[in-house]
Design a protein around this ligand. Structure first.
Ligand code: UDP
Length: 239
């Protein structure tokens, strides 16, 4: 039986690290293929899907600048890393028959499309998965902010934050504290004041100011994303 979902258009945000499997670095094609299957199973429900993938599996601006690199240059390298991840996801999705577009905040016309809002909306209406790459195109931001920005621009109903090794937001790190408690629901302001690790503060504020709910869930469980969209499984809603 096909699960029912009330969602028509969503943003899926995953970190770059979600694509590296157990390797500790870079891209692990079987892991990328597994996530592509998760996306396909939601696409099969007729849901319009936007994606933002981080770049931390390849390069992070902050770690580059900590090693003496100029910060904005390091951030551009991080943005380029997200383009590589987006292309890997595009390839895996098209392999399973899902049409996609990679849409970059920084022009690189031979590789992918530039970001033009109306054009991206049209792709979604045609049921193409839009993978937004190169973050916001600006240094000093993160892909969490990019996901929130694009989700607002595309009028997504929610951002689904797919996490590895954790199935929601906890009051303390569940990997360290066995008595950590998962929130079913938590406010944006509590996330900010308690410094709960969901997204960085500017992204949370941008979601809050536009009433864009965040659904934090575990990406490890096969079928998890599809289940969450149909209201099954465990997750935390930030609203
Ligand atoms: N980045 C940036 N501006 C953006 C998005 C990303 O400068 O709008 C850079 C930043 O250096 C960041 C890197 O790209 O460290 C990778 O993105 P992020 O750390 O968000 O990836 P994730 O942690 O989700 O894998």
């Amino acid at each position: 039986e096909t699960p029912k979902t009330t969602y028509e258009r969503v943003m899926l945000k995953i970190s770059g690290e979600a694509l590296m499997g157990d390797q500790g670095f870079g891209l692990h094609p079987p892991t990328v293929q597994r996530i592509a299957q998760e996306v396909k199973s939601v696409h099969d429900l007729g849901v319009e899907i936007c994606m933002v993938i981080g770049g931390g599996n390849i390069f992070r601006g902050l770690s580059g600048s900590a090693q003496g690199m100029e910060r904005t240059t390091a951030d551009y390298m991080g943005m380029l890393a997200t383009v590589m991840n987006a292309l890997a996801m595009q390839s895996a999705l098209e392999e399973v028959g899902v049409f996609t577009r990679v849409i970059s905040a920084i022009r690189m016309d031979e590789v992918c499309e530039p970001y033009i809002r109306r054009r991206a909306v049209r792709h979604l209406e045609k049921k193409r998965v839009c993978i937004f790459a190169a973050g916001t195109g600006n240094p000093y931001f993160t892909t969490d902010t990019a996901a929130t920005l694009r989700a607002n621009e595309m009028a997504c109903q929610a951002i689904f934050m797919g996490k590895n090794g954790v199935d929601g937001v906890y009051d303390k790190d569940p990997k360290i504290h066995s008595d950590a408690v998962r929130y079913d629901s938590v406010s944006y302001d509590d996330v900010l004041t308690k410094r709960l690790r969901v997204m960085d503060a500017s992204a949370i504020a941008l979601a809050r100011d536009n009433n864009l709910p965040l659904i934090v869930f575990g990406l490890d469980e096969p079928g998890g994303f599809r289940g969450i969209l149909a209201g099954e499984g465990t997750y935390t809603k930030v609203q």
